[in-house]
Design a protein. Structure first.
Ligand SMILES: Cc1cc2nc3c(=O)[nH]c(=O)nc-3n(C[C@H](O)[C@H](O)[C@H](O)COP(=O)(O)OP(=O)(O)OC[C@H]3O[C@@H](n4cnc5c(N)ncnc54)[C@H](O)[C@@H]3O)c2cc1C
Length: 417
């Protein structure tokens, strides 16, 4: 027996939850399907929790392919591609290299800025409307450098973001220490960017799940979407490991797994699982960083989360292989020691790996499908899905309501690839 549903959201990560939140605000009937037994345990769980507005230059930028090639031969580098015969990966890399030019970078950056600002505004709105607490603090971000050479090398990036009105202050070591007294003596330079916030991602997902359940969203946990039935250009049924549903609309928000589900619909989504790691430490209060920090030379992030500090880094294109690569995790541990003093007093509590849903141009895929009129994509958020969560939810709710989206979605269409 098939069960009728209004809107089905596939995926209980922060994107699916944000979509469910804004749809439920519109009074829509929503069923969210999550294959794991708990909500928010995919990429949305152990990430760095940065809400990045401003200094978030897309990964697809000039010079990155060359830098990536150099990193490939260093077993402790923050970037790796597992050598294998995988045509989807070749296609992805080809498109990624094609997007690494100044013109595409500028177009992507402008879109990311408007998504980032949209999300910032929605975080303010959610705190004015809801009683929620997920450790959100808007204190800006510090970038730390241990060498003058890499500090000087980053000046073109500073000039680039300043062209767009992004506020960045350059700091000498005393200026850095004034903002963040816990730095080590290796740190020589830094800069501060104001338009950043941070949160505890695991708590964010749990709070969003609580809000949507309170509004009547049905959350099905431990249920996996297996396939679809198509009738007259529409998804007429969603088949799961438990029941088959007949929905009016389907939102695909399955993170890194979205390409696998899209394939069942004969749609090619160039999304690669881009594995990253985080290490979370219990931290004495006097050693807690005051704000999120980029350890620039090591491409690592440090974020205070309550009485813990989390270090995150690494991007591995190795398929859905969740094993922990010890040399790379050790490299994250070493970077913590390199940039901060007193790290011997930290207690390591959790090592985590997660799959970012990475697109070749580093832009998410948001919009109605050209192929099936009742399918909406909300996926491919790559390195910044926490940041773009609320704005994605809002945009999808506008699409479903038939309203003009508050941001032009043409550059984010699935068909752009
Ligand atoms: C190390 C690391 C650090 C990061 N740091 C940041 C940061 O500081 N700031 C930031 O903005 N972003 C960050 N990110 C990126 C961010 O984590 C992701 O972009 C975001 O979590 C993606 O959310 P999602 O909901 O699309 O995916 P997910 O959270 O992975 O959710 C997808 C869900 O779909 C479910 N699913 C899959 N297939 C099926 C199926 N067949 N049926 C039902 N359910 C299914 C999965 O189980 C999963 O729960 C980081 C990522 C990593 C790995």
């Amino acid at each position: 027996m098939k069960k009728e549903k209004d809107i089905i959201v596939i995926g209980g990560g922060i994107i699916g939850l944000s979509v469910a939140y804004y749809l439920s605000q519109q009074g829509r009937s929503v069923t969210l399907i999550e294959k794991k037994d708990e909500i928010g345990m995919g990429s949305s769980y152990g990430n760095a929790g940065w809400i990045a507005n401003g200094f978030s230059i897309p990964m697809a930028a000039p010079g990155i392919p060359l830098q990536g090639m150099k990193w490939l031969f260093d077993p402790t580098s923050p970037f790796y591609i597992k050598p294998r015969l995988d045509f989807d990966l070749f296609r992805w890399l080809w498109k990624f290299i094609g997007a690494c030019n100044e013109k595409d970078l500028r177009a992507s950056y402008a879109i990311l800025l408007s998504l980032g600002q949209g999300s910032f505004d929605l975080f303010d709105e959610i705190f004015s409307q809801e009683d929620v607490d997920f450790g959100y603090e808007s204190k800006g971000r510090l970038s730390l450098f241990t060498s003058k050479k890499s500090f000087e090398k980053s000046m073109p990036d500073v000039a680039f973001v300043r062209e767009y009105g992004v506020d960045v202050s350059l700091l000498d070591v005393d200026g850095v220490r004034e903002i963040e007294p816990t730095i080590s003596t290796s740190v020589k330079h830094g800069f501060y960017s104001k338009d950043y916030a941070h949160l505890d991602p695991g708590r964010f997902a749990q709070e969003m799940a609580r809000l949507v359940e309170n509004r009547g969203v049905e959350i099905l946990k431990g249920v996996s979407v297996k396939g679809f039935e198509i009738t007259a250009g529409q998804i007429s049924a969603v088949e799961t490991t438990q029941e088959t549903f007949t929905p009016n609309q389907v939102v695909l928000a399955a993170g890194a797994w979205s390409a696998l589900l899209a394939r069942k619909l004969k749609i090619k989504l160039p999304i690669q699982p881009a594995k990253g790691y985080s290490l979370t430490y219990k931290c004495p209060p006097e050693l807690l960083p005051k704000l999120p920090i980029s350890l620039v030379e090591r491409k690592a992030a440090a974020t205070p989360m309550g009485d813990r500090v989390r270090f995150a880094s690494t991007l591995e294109l190795a398929g859905f292989d969740s094993t922990i690569n010890q040399p790379r995790v050790d490299a994250i541990r070493r970077s913590a020691k390199e940039y901060f003093s007193g790290t011997e007093a930290l207690t390591e509590e959790e090592i985590w790996s997660g799959f970012r849903p990475a697109t070749p141009d580093d832009l998410p895929i948001i919009g109605r499908s050209d192929k099936y009129e009742n399918l909406i994509f909300a996926t491919g958020h790559g390195t910044l899905g926490m940041t773009y969560s609320l704005i994605t939810g809002k945009l999808v709710s506008q699409i479903i309501a038939g309203e003009e989206p508050s941001i032009d979605l043409k550059p984010l269409r699935a068909e752009r690839f």
